[in-house]
Design a protein around this ligand. Structure first.
Ligand code: ADP
Ligand code: MG
Length: 236
């Protein structure tokens, strides 16, 4: 039964009745905004990768997702498209504060994610920022409070949660843990727990890793609700 043993989860590309568009091959065929489609097209993204085909239908339907697929398989768009679409559908404006949060283990990965976010968000009117240290906390703090989407490393995010006045996570709609296995390997488990404790429970959560380890499964229990487990082992 679903959820009983995520480590043994088979490849699932048939996503079920409520997501019958799971067979789509192209971004243009997804139920996403024209703004997102145009941004993807502008940056030459046309055909979905296997993890994108497997996970996007569930993610776009608002479900929690745990996705495992090897490095280079296209996990970034798999979570960024649902983040942007969630806020677009909610008619999120710059005045609505923090709606989406992406956590990743390193500054380098955060920068890469942010570059992809700029592509997906090219024609959207959303604000986004990187929160990765390297600047004075106070300097970051002036911008952090008003952003719609933040891409963060865990330590830096928790520091702002603790120290930055006016940094409000109460309206958060969607949380992404990218490279959850590495986040744990790097010793961020306690930091992650503290972050998640600060977030509203009513939200969508997506958790991605390159491997399906027991610790990732444990993390999923903490932060996912009735998740879809999707593992893609090879490019289709
Ligand atoms: P992962 O996070 O799984 O390691 P990335 O999201 O970083 O993989 O994607 C790896 C590379 O593949 C990036 O250069 C990205 O731009 C590219 N890519 C992702 N999705 C697609 C796609 N649907 N079509 C073409 N290239 C893609
Ligand atoms: Mg990645």
């Amino acid at each position: 039964p679903r959820g009983s043993n995520p480590l043994a989860a088979p490849e699932r590309q048939d996503a079920g009745a409520s997501t019958s568009y799971a067979g789509v091959r192209a971004f243009d065929d997804l139920p996403i905004s024209q703004y997102t489609k145009d941004g993807l097209k502008k940056h030459k993204y046309v055909t979905l990768t296997a993890i994108q085909r497997a996970a996007l239908p569930h993610a776009l339907a608002g479900r929690d997702v745990l996705g495992a697929a090897k490095t280079g398989s296209g996990k970034t768009l798999t979570f960024l498209i649902p983040v942007v679409e969630k806020l677009y559908r909610a008619k999120w404006t710059r005045l609505d504060g923090l709606g989406g949060l992406v956590l990743t283990p390193t500054r380098e990965l955060a920068v890469q994610i942010f570059e992809e976010l700029k592509k997906v968000g090219t024609y959207h009117d959303l604000s986004a920022a990187l929160l990765i240290g390297g600047k004075a906390v106070a300097e970051e703090a002036t911008r952090v409070a008003s952003m719609n989407i933040l891409v963060c490393t865990p330590g830096r995010l928790l520091q702002h949660m603790d120290e930055t006045p006016g940094f409000d996570t109460a309206s958060l709609q969607i949380l992404v843990l990218d490279e959850a296995d590495r986040i744990l390997d790097m010793g961020f488990a306690a930091t992650l727990d503290a972050i998640v404790a600060n977030l509203p429970r009513e939200r969508q959560t997506m958790l991605f890793s390159a491997t399906q380890t027991k610790s990732v499964r444990d993390l999923a229990r903490l932060s996912l609700t009735d998740p879809e487990y999707l593992a893609v082992h090879a490019e289709a």
